[in-house]
Design a protein around this ligand. Structure first.
Ligand code: CU
Length: 273
């Protein structure tokens, strides 16, 4: 028994020590993916601070309980004290946790407001959830397309199973991008962990978030609102590229994909909702 449990413990410790430094899911990784936007960097920092507070509180409470169990057990302390109230102690153990919560609330609210609305976005990406794929519109670039998951049989070596899509969402780095989400059937949620974005796509509503991508790379996400049988098969693949490269892609994309202005159905569509 001892022989098998020690290597297991060692393996668990090694897994715990592996830092999650990639902007994609890794086997056995724990913690967040590496942040690729100012929002995710701040979420990671706040999480580290709150975890620090949690560790200190747990150590303090555990030590206190252990001390009381040792110092005041029946053998060591046969005649217990008879008092039952202590005003100062009761005020302290109410006030101190309240102060800790208030202190945590300050950076937490600052982050909420920071994430909430983009200031001076350079461009907009409109994201529409469908059962079961995402479609994207670039109103500033006049491009729109659908993005379907790549089936296992069609995966190229550099693609990720259940995460890669046939058309990638190409976005420029270093630019504030307004993200607008909606859906045309049921609730979906557009979630990209490395960006710190997870926003519901709701039929008949336009939700908004934003991202500024720090460096070029491929980032993955998934629908995060249970939306039917193929909910697990509508991933998000984003390719972040330098601004000039993005412009070149957009120019090319206009000839490969549909243009938003081509959509004559927009005016003709009956109001169904
Ligand atoms: Cu969905």
């Amino acid at each position: 028994m001892r022989g098998t449990s020690l290597p297991l413990l060692a393996a668990l410790l090694m897994v715990a020590a592996v830092p999650a430094l990639a902007s994609e899911p890794l086997p056995w990784a724990i913690g967040f993916q590496q942040g690729a936007s100012p929002t995710m960097e701040r979420i990671t920092t706040l999480s580290t601070i709150v975890n620090g507070v949690i560790v200190v509180v747990v150590i303090l409470v555990t030590a206190l309980v252990a001390y009381v169990a040792w110092r005041f057990n029946a053998t060591r302390n046969p005649v217990p004290a008879t008092w039952s109230h202590n005003t100062i102690l009761e005020i302290a153990w109410t006030a101190i946790p309240a102060i800790i919560l208030a202190v945590i609330a300050v950076p937490s609210f600052r982050l909420l407001y920071f994430m909430d609305r983009v200031q001076d976005a350079d461009m907009t990406l409109k994201i529409i959830g469908h059962q079961w794929y995402w479609s994207y519109e670039y109103p500033d670039q006049n491009v729109k397309f659908d993005a379907m998951m790549v089936a296992d049989a069609d995966l190229k070596p550099e693609q990720r199973r259940l995460l890669s899509t046939d058309n990638e969402v190409v976005l420029p780095v270093g630019v504030p991008i307004r993200l607008q989400m909606t859906a045309d059937d049921v609730l979906h949620s557009w979630a990209v962990p490395a960006f710190g974005v997870k926003t519901d796509a709701v039929p008949g509503r336009l939700n908004e978030s934003w991202v500024k991508i720090n460096q070029p790379g491929i980032y993955y996400g998934q629908c995060s609102e249970l939306c039917g049988v193929n909910h697990a098969y509508m991933p998000i693949t984003i390719r972040a590229v330098p601004k000039e490269q993005f412009q070149a892609w957009a120019d090319d994309a206009r000839s490969r994909f549909a243009r938003i202005t081509d959509d004559t159905n927009l005016a003709a569509a009956p109001a169904t909702r």
